[in-house]
Design a protein around this ligand. Structure first.
Ligand code: ZN
Length: 247
């Protein structure tokens, strides 16, 4: 769609989907990448190479990425952060910022620092990056004349600082690991909270969404297209994961 490219992970092992807003930032590095994903996953699939090759086919270069936003700090969403930052350094540009910047929600940072090493041991992956700035709930306007206006929505539950990214003009919602096609994010990992996830998903269900862009694929599918299908998905999730308890 226009400026938004969706990179749905096609492999067998675990990896997040990636999304890219192209040609939106001022300066030499105009692309914004949401969730670079794994560099290499548990099945030794070369996830980052796959993403960069797919971007290349769309005419998008990794060295032109100026901002990385992570929906949350789990390794399958941000392991490749640092590698993408390194690639962005390859470019001899004129702008003051010499590499891609990394942003996460402010509530995710302490969790990332405390739980990061523990999660890494649990999942057998090392994740090392330092965010350059923090996001809060609210508008995030990108580019010249605010070319792309995003709403950052704090959607805790899967992790304390999980965010969803809503693009009202494109009626698109990037959900991270809050809600998927026919499923929700797990809450059994450290920092997970079922009650919070339920509230977060209820908030998301109120938005006008034509494209629901999840962080992972499920047995049901990946992207959900069409407002009616999105509404049905929220209804399915309410029924199957958060049934209303009647006395
Ligand atoms: Zn996660």
């Amino acid at each position: 769609m226009e400026n938004l490219f969706c990179y749905i992970w096609p492999g067998k092992g675990n990896n997040s989907n990636s999304y890219l807003f192209a040609h939106v930032l001022r300066g030499d590095r105009p692309h914004v990448l949401i969730d670079p994903g794994h560099e290499v996953n548990e099945l030794n699939e070369r996830c980052l190479d796959h993403l960069l090759n797919a971007m290349e086919r769309d005419g998008l270069k990794p060295e032109d990425i100026g901002l990385i936003i992570n929906t949350h700090s789990h390794p399958d969403h941000c392991e490749a952060n640092q590698a993408v930052v390194e690639r962005s350094r390859d470019k001899a540009g004129t702008s003051k910022v010499q590499q891609a910047l990394i942003a996460i929600h402010e509530d995710e940072d302490e969790y990332r620092r405390v739980m990061g090493p523990i999660m890494a041991r649990m999942l057998g992956r090392e994740v090392e990056f330092e965010p350059n700035f923090f996001l809060r709930e609210g508008e995030l306007n990108l580019g010249k004349e605010n070319k792309i206006k995003l709403n950052i929505i704090h959607t805790p539950g899967h992790s304390p600082g999980s965010i969803s990214i809503y693009w009202p003009d494109g009626r698109s919602l990037i959900t991270g690991d809050a809600v998927f096609h026919g499923a929700v994010g797990r809450t059994d990992l450290p920092g997970g909270a079922g009650g919070l996830l339920r509230q977060s998903i209820e908030r998301l269900s109120k938005l006008d969404i034509e494209y629901l862009l999840p962080g992972h694929n499920t047995e049901f599918g990946n992207i959900i297209k069409g407002r009616d299908n999105v509404t049905q998905n929220f209804a399915f999730i309410r029924l199957n994961y958060f049934p209303i308890l009647t006395p």
